[in-house]
Design a binder for this molecule. Structure first.
Ligand code: PLP
Length: 387
């Protein structure tokens, strides 16, 4: 079901940075509000004769979702509006429901740990077979895809920041008829648009950079394929993981500043990554923006920026990393990423994290504070490891 707003078609194809600000506004009617309205209702007046456009009931569709869904679809260069879900995991569950029953799913061995846990649960239930790969190893990934039914892709990966060759891998899945599902949370559509490389479905944790203020849990799925869109919409309606109108309002409000937040955060991340790489108590800084990073050239070829997340090894052990995090004064020790405030977390504290994630790896989700204040905080916290 599509409920288009009153956009008059402009004579120019605006950039994504402009669309994030100007898209999905109810222009064109006298006295129209500047912002997409929020509608709190559970049901809608019915027509005597039902039409395919009837909203019927607010689990099926809600006018509060239309602006957000239209805008995210446009930013991802999709032919259809996005579908918003109550969380990133709800969106991921919907996307994984598309994997053929009993099929083999290739996925990065390092991915968001919620996705890994859900795939493990589906495998235990006999729904699919998981085939983890080093997604930065293109030859190994293509080989794994040869006899697979679906691909789950993350790039850069959470939390190891590995970069996959999106063009090569998505060309292969398209040629072989392998369903491709891409989690684009880390990059956002401003840095990378997987549908353009042939992905079937893009998934977002809208909780993170898209909404940007650590005040909502929300997810979304995007596709240009009408049949997949219908299946995903049907899944959302029946499984019922729908978004609150207020949360979607907050997400769309956050997306208005996506371009400036991301620009500032990734500029900060680039500077902090360089300083961390030169620090004696730090090893193994992972950030695709560093020229020496193994994913640098690939990221430069397929992304228009390197993002706002860094991972680095602090000292020698889990307790070294914990001591650094405990000594932070400005940066908040917390999970999550993509908010305006900088967060730090030792990822291996989660039992669900793969054992190959180093115990002393800190994921730094860089925000938009003054970079000199952020570096002051990191340097004074790392000083606990000296002497
Ligand atoms: C946080 C996150 C998710 C899960 O999203 P929620 O909104 O927390 O349900 C999925 N993928 C990635 C890459 C994430 O960072």
């Amino acid at each position: 079901m599509s409920h288009e707003g009153q956009h008059s078609q402009p004579d120019r194809q605006f950039s994504a940075h402009t669309l994030a600000v100007a898209g999905a506004r109810p222009h064109g009617q006298p006295n129209a509000p500047v912002n997409h309205p929020v509608t709190f209702t559970s049901t809608f007046h019915s027509q005597a004769v039902a039409t395919s456009d009837d909203r019927v009931y607010a689990r099926f569709s809600n006018p509060s979702w239309d602006g957000f869904e239209g805008l995210l679809g446009q930013l991802e260069k999709a032919a259809l509006p996005a579908l918003v879900f109550s969380s990133g995991m709800a969106a991921i569950a919907a996307a994984l429901s598309l994997v053929p029953r009993g099929g083999t799913l290739v996925l990065p061995r390092h991915s968001y740990n919620g996705s890994l846990s859900l795939v493990a649960e589906l495998e235990n239930a006999g729904v699919l077979r998981a085939r983890p790969v080093d997604i930065a190893d293109t030859a190994a990934t293509l080989e794994a895809l040869a006899s697979a039914d679906a691909l789950w892709l993350e790039s850069p990966t959470n939390p190891m920041l590995e970069v996959a060759d999106l063009r090569a891998i998505l060309r292969a899945t398209a040629q072989r008829g392998v369903l491709s599902l891409v989690d684009n949370t880390f990059a956002t559509p401003l840095l990378q648009q997987p549908l353009e490389y042939g992905a079937d479905v893009v998934v977002h944790s809208v909780t993170k950079t898209l909404s940007g203020h650590s005040d909502v849990i929300l997810g979304a799925v995007v596709t240009s394929d009408t049949a997949l869109h219908e299946q995903l919409h049907g899944y959302r309606t029946l499984h019922g993981a729908i978004a609150s109108p207020m949360d979607v309002f907050l997400a769309l409000r956050g997306m208005r500043t996506l371009s400036v937040r991301l620009e500032r955060a990734q500029n900060n991340a680039g500077q902090l990554a360089r300083k961390l790489a030169a620090h004696p108590a730090v090893a193994d800084v992972r950030y695709p923006g560093l020229p020496e990073d193994p994913g640098h050239e690939r990221a430069a070829a397929q992304m228009s920026g390197f993002g706002s997340v860094i991972a680095f090894a602090a000292g020698q052990s889990a307790s070294d990393a914990d001591r650094v995090i405990a000594a932070l004064e400005l940066i908040t020790p917390a999970t999550s990423l993509g908010g305006v405030e900088t967060l730090a977390e030792r990822r291996a504290r989660h039992a669900s994290e793969p054992p190959s994630v180093p115990q002393n790896l800190i994921r730094l989700a860089v925000g938009i504070e003054d970079v000199e204040d952020l570096w002051w905080d990191l340097a004074q916290a790392l000083a606990v490891l000296e002497g």
